[in-house]
Write a protein of this length. Structure first.
Length: 179
């Protein structure tokens, strides 16, 4: 099975226009002004995957953060001493692959499409550049990611702790625990 693929240029242009219209409907982008949304749109690209297609494997370089637009993605974790487990199912509007946002070296879990899906993705390095060059918008996105991560991490209820962890990871490339 191949990795999630970016659409051909013509199809990508059409799909990306459709996604831009829905941009402000995604929770992670709620409340951003037109200028901030325009800035972010430069970095997010549409990609597709078919059912049972692997997006990334646990241990691979953490390059992209993803948002599900259509379809579903299963997050899989393989402990050293047991069988692979599905730890989460990501639905439309939800985010996965946040190891890339931490600036960590590898994904701590794997992701596979459970059905055909359309995704948006952004490079972790672009999020870091956004934070450095446009701190106001970068911090807003980091705060939203911190909220998402805090909800997904077991035993973590302190948003400010997760936010500090995200900022530290982007500055220093520290590998996160989980996700």
């Amino acid at each position: 099975m191949g990795k999630a693929s970016v659409f051909t240029p013509d199809i990508a242009k059409c799909i990306t226009k459709m996604l831009y219209k829905a941009f402000n409907q995604l929770t992670i982008f709620e409340g951003l002004n037109a200028s901030q949304q325009g800035l972010l749109r430069q970095y997010f690209f549409a990609c597709e995957c078919s059912g049972n297609q692997i997006i990334f494997e646990q241990g691979e370089p953490a390059e992209f953060l993803y948002i599900v637009i259509e379809g579903e993605v299963a997050i899989r974790f393989k402990p050293d001493d047991g069988p692979e487990l599905i730890v989460s199912r990501i639905k439309p509007g939800e985010v996965f692959g946040w190891s890339a946002a931490f600036g960590s070296g590898t994904y701590t879990s794997g992701a596979v499409c459970t059905q055909s899906a359309i995704l948006m993705r952004v490079r972790g390095s672009d999020l870091k550049m956004l934070r450095e060059n446009h701190p106001e918008t970068g911090i807003l996105i980091l705060e939203r990611l911190a909220s998402i991560v805090a909800r997904r991490m077991e035993n973590t209820q302190d948003h400010s702790q997760v936010m500090a962890f995200l900022e530290h990871g982007l500055k220093n490339g520290v590998k996160p625990i989980g996700g």
